[in-house]
Design a protein around this ligand. Sequence first.
Ligand code: EPZ
Length: 418
Amino acid sequence: MSYLLVKGGAPLCGEVRIHGAKNSVLPILAASVLAADVCAISNCPHLRDVDVAVRILRHLGCIVSFSDDTLTVDSRTMHRCDVPDALMREMRSSVIFLGAILARMGEVQMSCPGGCELGPRPIDLHIGALETLGAQFAERGGALHCTARQLRAGEVFLATPSVGATENSMIAACACDGETVISNAAREPEIVDLAHFLRAMGADVCGAGTSTVTVRGRCPLHGCTHRVISDRIVASTYLCAAGAAGGQVRLSAVDYRAVSTVAAALAEAGCRLESDGDAVQLTRRGELRAIRPVHTAPYPGFPTDAQAILMASLLKSRGTSVFVENIFENRYRHVDELARMGADIRTAGRVAVVCGVRRLQAAPVRCTDLRGGAALVIAALTAEGESRIECIEHIDRGYADIARDMRCLGGCVERVET
Ligand code: EPZ
């Protein structure tokens, strides 16, 4: 299996362009089957999770081609309504296909996504929302069978602002007669991007980005072209890397508002951040200092996906920082690996206490999950010596080429294919 070699100790200096957002392109690829037509999606990153979504689309009978950064989906030949178990296991967020296949085919079969490295990943909110819109579910031996003779508009209320459940509701509501109102909807930028895509297909979607999204369904839908927004978590990762290693980096194709909570934390720690147009620059010369407690929360709160990467940037800061992970139950699996480099982190349930240390030492470490793996790269950039990072297939799910990007920023990161 491939691994990364990271030589730490030097400040970063360089520039990189941020690629398209994984968590935007996945629901958009699912929604592309709503119309039996052709959709061209540009700024699409080459990621393992995108590969899985393409394999699902091809299994359903779609014709999918990838040219440079544009992915074209022709769903006119779609004829299946099942997602194979193997593909569900490869990517638990395949559940995002539920609403789209149901809307197009009137039925869906997929295995229950089960848990993942972040802990249990229930889909009760997805099921409840689609039942409100007229779907019936039957579960047999871990397989979910969903049918809907006719989807109907309804009042969907989400007990928690689930990103995926919001997306499934929006997509399915496009096939419902009447007006569907989704209350306590997630407000992430990826939800807004999905709404832009649905409107480009001819759907009538309002309120995306607020807690109440309204969809007037049964509009005639057609293919479209759409450019995916850039990935705010990838941008946050590289800002945290520069905050940790010191130096100066400039990221282009960044929406500053989408990284503002992470940028504010890095500014509090002593970094200087400047933005102009679609670029953001981070400079860190002096020592990093500990920051006020970080509580992860639904957008626009501090993103859970940035918890591990900000933690990694504070390992050598002066003082003690506290993290409270409120979204997922088991999102501190990177802590033990960081400790192998000499980090001083104590966890108790949802709380992690990071005490800054003077030095970190390179070590052989293993990625436990996508963002935990990115955190190991950040820590290794500030450790003395050369670290070997294994199990980087986790990182490949959400970063097109983290080694190349880090080299553009002046980091000594090499990918070794075995
Ligand atoms: C999306 O996952 C993202 N994935 C995650 O990014 C991100 O961490 C998460 O939103 C939160 O922002 C994609 O967009 C592909 P949720 P999702 O439904 O939709 C609970 C990454 O690193 N919940 O908002 O699965 C759930 O257990 C990934 O890029 C229910 O209880 O997240 C969690 O505790 C990781 N029942 C909380 O809600 C449900 O039916 C938030 O989950 C659904 C969710």
